[in-house]
Design a protein around this ligand. Structure first.
Ligand code: C5P
Length: 402
């Protein structure tokens, strides 16, 4: 009974996957949850309210007024009663209404009155799912703090194969249990992550760059999103994909562009993790035509880029955390500690190029986390995904102390 005494609103909309909501409801009730079902008019075409009220042991709410006696179903009361609202399945139409405040049914009004976190489990055909309007709406809903439980790939009711299958009822029950176990440590937190290298143009076809693959920063963004955070990922030129709706990705090329994006987003963030390998210098002038080979020697005059971490360190408020990385080749701890102070970081993740399997390009990393209270935590060589989990765990502990 992992959900004893938990109050959950289960919203159901008009998708063929609505039949699975019966199994989902059964799973939630079995775990001890009290579930109030709210159905859109279209949902009732797919599964009857009788089934859902029998399984939840409560009348299903669907209309603003009960037809027989005119009792008003208060969406405000429901919204306040609930610890969690889960809409599964949620259609493209309802996503659109929620994103734009089209409150023309009880489910959307309940959503807009809900004081609790909202989880959304989309279900639709693959082309509808990848339509820009759906993607845009999901982005908007995520910016409201809602958590998108991404649909899986597989066979769809249309007979087509692709992304759009609602997560299975058992998986959804586990997501709900995880929420109540507070396994999601960063719900409603906003975190900025920088990742990858920067390219500093020399001429139209050449640049100064570095070997950073962006893997560590992307692993961090994924882990933060898995912990419920709303992530803004500012990525330099990398060959990596992101498909998590709780990650808002901004692609940049140069240190200057990365700096501008970070300045724009940092004020609304709870934390920022500076994982990018930002160029320290850029060509002072960018040639507008390809530079031709002439003499045996040539010089490119360089000027310093802005230290983004240090710039954010200056703007940081008491309610924000700033985390940096240090990739060192010598005097590792000493250099990392002085960087932490110089950039006003709360903690710094040190990886040494002297460690086998650590650093650029590879899938593993070996880190030491140094905190401003002089604490050093050394970790073993691990997959970058696991390293990300260690860093995110440290961040969530520190955020709780603020
Ligand atoms: O000074 P150094 O480049 O070694 O510091 C590394 C840390 O500073 C990393 O967190 C990196 O993302 C950040 N940094 C930055 N802007 C720069 C240079 C480094 O944000 N121009």
């Amino acid at each position: 009974m992992r959900l004893k005494n938990k109050h959950i609103i289960l919203g159901i909309t008009g998708s063929i996957a609505a039949y699975k909501a019966a199994y989902l409801l059964r799973g939630l009730v079995k775990e001890g949850a009290e579930v109030q079902v709210v159905m859109t008019p279209a949902a009732k075409e797919f599964i009857t309210p009788v089934t859902m009220s029998a399984l939840s042991d409560r009348p299903v709410a669907s209309e603003f007024f009960a037809a027989n006696d005119g009792t008003w179903h208060s969406h405000v009361d429901m919204g306040q009663w609930a610890d969690l609202m889960l809409v599964a399945p949620v259609t493209a139409a309802t996503l659109g209404k929620m994103a734009h405040g089209i409150a023309d049914n009880l489910l959307v009004t309940t959503y807009m009155s809900a004081k609790c976190p909202v989880y959304l489990a989309p279900a639709m055909d693959l082309d509808m799912f990848k339509h820009p309007s759906t993607l845009k709406n999901l982005e908007i809903l995520q910016s409201y703090g809602d958590v998108i439980l991404e649909p899986g790939e597989g066979e769809l009711a249309s007979g087509l194969h692709g992304k759009g299958r609602m997560q299975e009822p058992e998986q959804l029950v586990e997501e709900v249990v995880a929420f109540f176990n507070s396994k999601k440590k960063l719900l409603n937190k906003k975190v900025l992550v920088t990742a990858g290298p920067t390219y500093e143009k020399i001429d139209p076809v050449r640049f100064i760059g570095n070997y950073s693959s962006g893997k560590m920063g992307f692993a961090l963004a994924e882990e933060l999103a898995n912990q419920g955070a709303e992530v803004t990922l500012v990525a330099g030129p990398v060959d990596l994909e992101t498909s998590n709706f709780n990650i808002h990705r901004i692609d940049v090329e140069s240190a200057q562009e990365m700096h501008a994006a970070c300045l724009n987003y940092f004020p609304e963030m709870d934390a920022a993790i500076m994982c990018a390998a930002v160029a320290d210098y850029r060509p002072k002038a960018i040639a507008d035509k390809k530079i031709k080979r002439k003499a045996d020697e040539m010089n490119i005059e360089l000027e310093a880029t802005t230290d983004i971490a240090a710039a954010l360190g200056k703007l940081k408020t008491d309610n924000q955390m700033l985390v940096g990385f240090a990739l060192e080749t010598n005097d590792e701890e000493k250099n990392a500690v002085s960087k932490m102070a110089k950039k006003n970081l709360d903690f710094i993740v040190l990886n040494s190029l002297q460690d086998q399997g650590a650093g650029f390009g590879v899938d593993t990393n070996k880190i030491t986390i140094l905190s401003k209270d002089n604490n050093a935590q050394e970790f073993e060589l691990k997959q970058k995904k696991e390293v990300a989990a260690d860093i995110v765990e440290k961040l969530s502990q520190e955020l709780q102390k603020l």
